[in-house]
Design a protein around this ligand. Structure first.
Ligand SMILES: [Zn+2]
Length: 429
């Protein structure tokens, strides 16, 4: 072959490699263990540099990405092969080796990789892997330390709260009376009161957190299945304001008057039927039914309506996500009417998380029912978007309905929640 013929054979080879799709190359390069994550997308560990979810391919967009790659990703099979094989595409031999990996056959002109070059490439790849493993271990350690500190702060905040029955608990008691139509409540040993709790939102010019409000707050613990306090839930109180909570704004944006600190997922807020046992909060033996909703007020409203049954644990999940748990992406569906603008301002159908729980969940992904519970009443909020809430409640039901446990869902009338019903009733009376 002449040099010219050789180069045109190489050019053809390169052209051919350029035409290979990411999907085809991924299969040839042995990319495995990815999980579907939306349309045409799958994510998982990187075959080259490891991790758990840093790597992804999108066959629809013909793109790949890896947080362990200096380039972050690419839109062609050659760059993917180069990342997976540790090739430097800026060097001709590296580029051609990546093309060879993409096509699964050697470079035609016989520009074979020398033993020394191969050893160098493999050593580099091993170094990258080791660096990533060390970095991942460090990040995990730091995340663990950070989480433990946040949990300790949340625990401290709850411990610092005053008993609801004490004078310091007056605002919180009156708040609950206001929200629940003044009905009698049983002792609530897990709920506590803070006198002047700052509400932090945003930073000032020097980067310091700013308290935009300070006032009385009710504080509830989140406890894990072992009864350990892992977080806290705060409700700011303003008895002069509608619904008993202050109106907090940042510009046009209304801010939530409830916040959570520390960990929430996998924990529950114990309300009635739980006992403080040293450092732990545990369910009273013999209570085999659990009534659980998103919010504290709503769950207490149902307790009032059914006379706080002696066989029932009353608890809150804090929010719908912790109650429902993660969804199987395959069960997602298009909202029948709602749309949302995409990045280009074009209205797109809103995707709703489906009714099927994500398989293989960890107990820390969502609230669990204590072992002693064989019957669960899920309390729905009627004032949230009905399709998403409906799917989420079905997900919670399916998730908790294990080992013969019976789960039912209580739905309030459309547009209301159970606490609203109590106050409407008492206003009418
Ligand atoms: Zn990678």
């Amino acid at each position: 072959m002449t040099a010219k013929e050789m180069s045109s054979a190489t050019d053809l080879f390169i052209e051919e490699a350029r035409a290979v799709s990411i999907a085809e190359a991924a299969e040839r390069l042995g990319v495995a263990g990815l999980k579907p994550a939306g349309t045409g997308e799958s994510v998982g560990p990187c075959p080259a540099c490891g991790g758990t979810d840093r790597f992804g391919i999108n066959t629809g967009k013909n793109a790949w990405n890896c947080r362990g790659s200096a380039e972050g990703g690419g839109r062609d099979a050659i760059s993917l092969a180069a990342h997976l094989g540790g090739q430097d595409v800026k060097r001709r031999d590296g580029f051609l080796a990546a093309c060879a990996d993409v096509l699964g056959r050697p470079v035609p002109d016989g520009e074979p990789e020398t033993d020394a070059a191969r050893a160098e490439r493999e050593a580099k790849l091993a170094r990258v892997r080791a660096e990533w493993a060390a970095k991942a271990a460090r990040q995990q350690r730091e995340a663990g330390d950070f989480r433990e500190r946040e949990r300790a702060k949340a625990r401290g905040k709850w411990r610092a709260g005053a008993d609801l029955a004490s004078t310091a608990g007056t605002a919180a008691r009156r708040y609950l009376a206001l929200r629940l139509g003044g009905h009698d409540l049983p002792a609530l040993p897990c709920l506590r009161a803070l006198g002047a709790e700052p509400y932090w939102h945003g930073d000032d010019e020097a980067g310091r957190s700013v308290a935009i409000h300070e006032g009385p707050a009710m504080v509830a613990p989140f406890v894990d299945p072992d009864g350990v306090v892992i977080g806290c839930h705060l409700t700011w109180i303003d008895l002069a304001a509608p619904k008993g909570r202050p109106v907090l704004r940042q510009g046009d944006e209304a801010l939530p008057t409830k916040k959570m600190r520390g960990s929430k997922k996998g924990g529950l807020i114990p309300l009635v039927g739980f006992v403080l046992n040293g450092d732990r909060i545990v369910p009273e033996p013999g209570r085999t039914r659990m009534a659980i909703g998103e919010g504290i007020e709503n769950t207490l409203a149902v307790g009032i309506a059914e006379g706080f049954r002696r066989d029932t644990l009353y608890a809150a999940a804090g929010d719908l996500g912790n109650l429902a748990g993660p969804a199987d992406p395959k069960s997602g569906f298009a909202h029948p009417t709602l749309t949302r603008p995409d990045v280009n301002g074009k209205e797109r159908v809103l995707r709703v998380q489906g009714p099927v729980p994500k398989p293989g969940q960890d107990p820390g992904d969502a609230v669990q029912a204590p072992d002693q519970v064989d019957e669960v009443l899920l309390i729905a909020d009627g004032d949230s978007e009905p399709f998403a809430t409906g799917a989420a409640m079905l997900r919670a039901k399916a998730r908790l309905e294990t080992d013969g446990r019976v789960v039912a869902i209580a739905w309030p009338p459309a547009g209301a929640d159970f606490a609203d019903l109590l106050t409407r009733h008492s206003e009418a009376a």
